[in-house]
Write a new protein. Structure first.
Length: 83
């Protein structure tokens, strides 16, 4: 079995800070009322920006799950069977 270290990203504050910034930036409450006029690909400006931040959040969460979580499930399952 490999001796990889188990990573728990829940304890890393930078992960939560970045996630909060992305979520707050994507919420349309801080856009001005005239943000409806410019249309981008048929969407109002505020909806397009919210869509971009939603996709950014999806990419960020995928990146976190692939690179920051290292739970070593096979080793954990093996230990459970030994008990």
């Amino acid at each position: 079995m490999s001796k990889r270290k188990i990573k728990e990203p829940v304890r890393k504050p930078w992960i939560w800070i970045v996630m909060a910034v992305i979520v707050i930036a994507g919420v349309p409450f801080w856009y001005s009322e005239d943000a409806i006029e410019p249309f981008i690909f048929g969407f109002p400006y505020w909806a397009f920006i919210s869509l971009v931040f939603m996709l950014l959040l999806c990419v960020y969460l995928c990146w976190l799950s692939l690179t920051q979580w290292n739970l070593i499930e096979e080793e954990e399952d093996g230990r459970k069977g030994d008990e």
